[in-house]
Design a protein around this ligand. Structure first.
Ligand code: ZN
Length: 436
């Protein structure tokens, strides 16, 4: 079955070639422009745009330049609006119109977002996997076309054999196609900063059944942010369109044996597009300057903030140290207070009261001769005099006996808690609480 298909293809190709060669003249009077994809087939997707829209915009600009500069050339579009056209129909338009050249305009895309540049393909065997992949991507559009198996001789663009099948089928105008492709790549290089990836062969279905000199040009990578931006500017689109025009112009001279001077790129691009681009570039430069100023300002502010933060940190550290010092002192003081508080407030103090009088006598009064630990307190009008300071009743009671022996026959034990006189029962209750 496969052999049969191959034979069929070879024969088909030969007939195609013979027919096409007979029909050609040495004039270039009709060009079919084919903006890739369209409608619900957007082609490759960029960050800010779709391939189909760039393809159409560049094609329309190219058509306009051709109309203005080559009045004897008729331009036919496979689409002039955002609509989908089957790949087979695009070929059929070129064949039906007996076009002298067919130019399919596309944007490239790659997983590697750094990939950049232009390349122009003619129908043939892809020599690298990269070129096979590029064609696969563009050919994938047929998978949603009705009767695609029939229209493309049963080819599945995803099958690994597809590339080999295509190799058997070469455009009869390979030489012319290569010549045009080569001129296009040269003009891109002259007129733009886009890298030239060169002229290549790959099995593009849109070229497969196109029986006229035919090229498919990838005018840059929509997957590369910088290139996508360029492809979306009026000037970028005009520069590419004008480059393709210059290539067509030179190709026409060669074909027709004339030697007219190629119109300059400046003469082909509307002044407004150049002015608009200048304006956009100036605006961008200014935005860049503003952004740079803002960045510097931010940097300064950050530096200032850092310095202030450092100062604040140092201050906080100092305060912390000061506080720690104070804490130690406070702690010491608190400890001391605690002790006193404990002795004065918490514990119960037992004393021996031996004398009371409305008059406050001095410590050195002869009345208190031989009395140890004299302590006095006021209760009502009376000053009351005690001796000794004990933490239990028994010791105080023993001391009471000694005081009585010194002549104070009525001496008795008095109990204090927080400097307040309490009864023996209260003392017992407090002691119970404290010992809990
Ligand atoms: Zn495409």
């Amino acid at each position: 079955m496969r052999n049969f298909i191959i034979i069929f293809l070879v024969l088909g190709g030969l007939f195609n070639n013979i027919y096409a060669q007979e029909a050609k003249s040495n004039r270039l009077t009709k060009i079919v422009l084919d903006p890739g994809h369209g409608g619900d087939k957007p082609g490759a997707k960029g960050r800010i745009s779709l391939e189909k829209d760039i393809n159409l915009a560049v094609s329309l600009k190219l058509g306009k330049i051709i109309n203005e500069n080559l009045p004897d050339v008729n331009v036919v579009y496979t689409r002039k609006t955002d609509k989908d056209v089957d790949l087979i129909k695009r070929s059929q338009i070129a064949n039906r119109e007996k076009a002298d050249i067919f130019i399919s305009i596309h944007c490239n895309a790659a997983k590697n977002h750094e990939a950049t540049g232009t390349e122009t393909f003619v129908m043939g065997l892809a020599k690298t996997q990269e070129n096979i992949e590029a064609a696969k991507k563009e050919n994938a559009d047929i998978l949603t076309e009705a009767n695609y198996a029939e229209n493309y001789d049963g080819f599945n663009p995803n099958s690994p054999e597809a590339n080999i099948f295509f190799a058997l089928y070469q455009n009869a105008y390979l030489e012319q196609s290569l010549l045009l492709a080569d001129k296009m790549q040269k003009q891109y290089t002259f007129n733009t900063n886009l890298l030239s990836r060169g002229v290549k062969q790959a099995p593009y279905l849109v070229l497969y059944k196109t029986s006229v000199p035919a090229v498919l040009t990838e005018i840059g990578f929509i997957s590369n942010a910088r290139e996508e931006k360029y492809l979306n500017t009026q000037l970028g689109q005009y520069k590419i369109a004008a480059s393709i025009f210059q290539a067509i112009f030179q190709y026409k001279q060669r074909l027709e044996g004339t030697n007219l001077e190629t119109p300059s790129i400046e003469s082909l691009i509307p002044k407004e597009a150049i002015a608009q681009d200048k304006e956009a570039k100036e605006k961008e430069a200014q935005e860049k300057r503003i952004a740079e100023e803002k960045r510097k300002q931010k940097e300064l502010e950050e530096k200032k903030q850092k310095e202030e933060a450092k100062k604040a940190e140092e201050l906080a550290k100092k305060i912390k140290q000061d506080l720690q010092k104070k804490d130690t002192t406070t702690l010491k003081e608190t400890n001391k207070e605690d002790k006193e508080t404990k002795s004065n407030n918490q514990t119960i103090v037992y004393r021996v009261q031996f004398f009371a009088n409305e008059t406050k006598f001095g410590e050195n009064n002869t009345k208190f001769k031989g009395i140890e630990d004299l302590w006095m307190y006021k209760e009502g009008k009376m000053w009351k005099y005690t001796s000794g300071r004990f933490d239990n009743f028994d010791s105080a009671n023993t001391h009471k006996t000694k005081i009585r022996e010194k002549g104070h026959k009525d001496a008795f034990v008095v109990i204090f808690h927080k400097d307040k006189r309490i009864t023996i029962e209260e003392a017992k209750e407090i002691e119970k609480q404290l010992n809990k």
